[in-house]
Design a protein around this ligand. Sequence first.
Ligand SMILES: [Zn+2]
Length: 326
Amino acid sequence: MSYRRLLYIVLSLVLLSCQSQTKTSVDVRCVFSADSAYTYIAQQVAFGSRVPGSEEHTACGDWLVKKLAQFGAQVHNQHGTMINYAGQLQALRNIVAYFDGSTQNAILLCAHWDSRPWSDEEENYDDRFSSVSGANDGASGVGVILEVLRQLSILKAQGEYVPSVLIVFFDCEDMGTPNHYTGMQREHTWCLGSQYWAKQYAQASPIKLQYGILLDMVGDPSATFPYEYFSMQYAKGYVEQLWRTANRLGYGRYFVQSSTYYPITDDHYYISTIAGIPCVDIIDYKTTTETGFAEWWHTQQDDMRNINKQTLQAVGETVLTTICSK
Ligand SMILES: [Zn+2]
């Protein structure tokens, strides 16, 4: 064997091993477009604040229904009423979409699509009566889920394995008692849409669900997602699976291995406790602020300036890769 031939064989072996390594990592890393997710967030924000009962809310809801149907899901509006913080009837519209994949039991992907009517955290008192834009607090989770669905529809068309998925965009998550309210304080004033959906689901649902993933405030450039208390209490195994996947994909700086200081009341709590579906909350939580949330939280600054494509990529790729692994 000539030296040249030996060199050729050695080089071929090195190349082959590189190719197989590349192929392996490609196999277990799902394609997710942060550009698309970003666009879906900007499109929601462009409608204006999606405050329940407003024209902007109706228009954005109709647009979401169209997008979900466009990506191959069967969509319906779930209209209902709940009692709000002031003891009045509150109309709500949850948007529910089923995507038929290879599995009998579906995975629940959810986020809230409404905007908070008040900016409680504004320093200036008068500004607290303006609605928030909700780019992060609402639109970011919805945008990532829309892109996850678009990727699932592409994979399904290619004959790839995809799970069945139930998407629910909850209304009236952010209708909780405003700080300025001086009347009687009621409990369970947040997450009205998920409370309504969970009660209906517990009574009768034609769709069996394995577990749920809730996305809330998932676009901040410095987002960190620690283990959240209720998620650990009701869905520990799924939390660990998601965080393991994130770390394997190189997103450990977002999916940190620490815990929130206190439990977070979010839609996942009612999904776990009323509907009985273990649900994980991927939520941006800061140990550096007094509220536990980012500086823009419930202020006029919750806009597109705080939406970062790298963060969207980390969340979207982690969710998609986790749900598509058998
Ligand atoms: Zn909020």
